[in-house]
Write a protein that binds this ligand. Sequence first.
Ligand code: HEM
Length: 178
Amino acid sequence: MKEFLIETFAHHRTLIVFLHIISAVIWVGGMVAIRFAVHQSLAQIADPKQRLERAAHTLKRFFTIVWPFVLVLITTAVLMSVGLGFRAAAMDASGNVINDYAMSLYKTIHIKEAIWLLMSLNLAAMMFRRRKAEIALREGNLAVAKEMLGLISKYMVPVNIVLGVIAIFIGVVLRNAY
Ligand code: HEM
C-alpha cells in the first residue's frame, strides 16, 4: 500500500498538489463568499420565511458542491504526506527519531490532519442542522429553522474559515520547509 502511494505521488505529483490546492480554494473560498457576500444579501429579504428558505437552499447547493472536494483534499493529503516521505525522514523502522527537524515537520502534518478532521466534523454538523431547518420550514416552524441556521452563519462557518486559513498557511510552511 505504502509503495503504491509513493509510486502514485511520484507519477502524478503536479496533478495531486493541484487537486489539493483547488479543493482548499473551493472549500475555504466558498465559505468566505457565503459568509461575507451571500449572507449579507439574503439579510435584505424582508419576509423571514422567504429569507430562511433562501438561506437553507443556498447552503444546500454549497454543501453539495463542497463535500466531494473535502474527500479530494484528504485523498491528496495522504498521497502527499506519504509521497513526500515525512515519516520516513523523521523515524526509522522501529519508530526512533532520526532527525529532529524532519520530526517537527512530521508533527506539523498531524496538525493539518487534526484541522481537516475538525473542519469535516463541523461541516457534517452544519449539513445536519441545515437539513433540520429545511424540515422545520416545511412544517412552518420558523423559530426552529432560525435557530438551526443562525448558529451556522454566526459560529460554524466562521470557525471553519479560520481553521481553513490556518491549514493553508501550514501548507505554505510545509512547501517551503524542505
Ligand atoms: C489531512 C490533512 C492535510 C495534510 C496531511 C496536508 C498536507 C499538505 C502538504 C504536505 C503540503 C505541501 C505540499 C508540497 O510541498 O508540495 C500541503 C499544501 C497545502 N495545503 Fe494541505 N494538508 C492537509 C489539509 C489541508 C487543508 C484542510 C487545507 C485547506 C482547507 C489545505 C490547504 C493546503 C494548501 C493551499 C497547500 C499549498 C501551499 C503551497 O503550495 O504553498 N491542506 N498540504
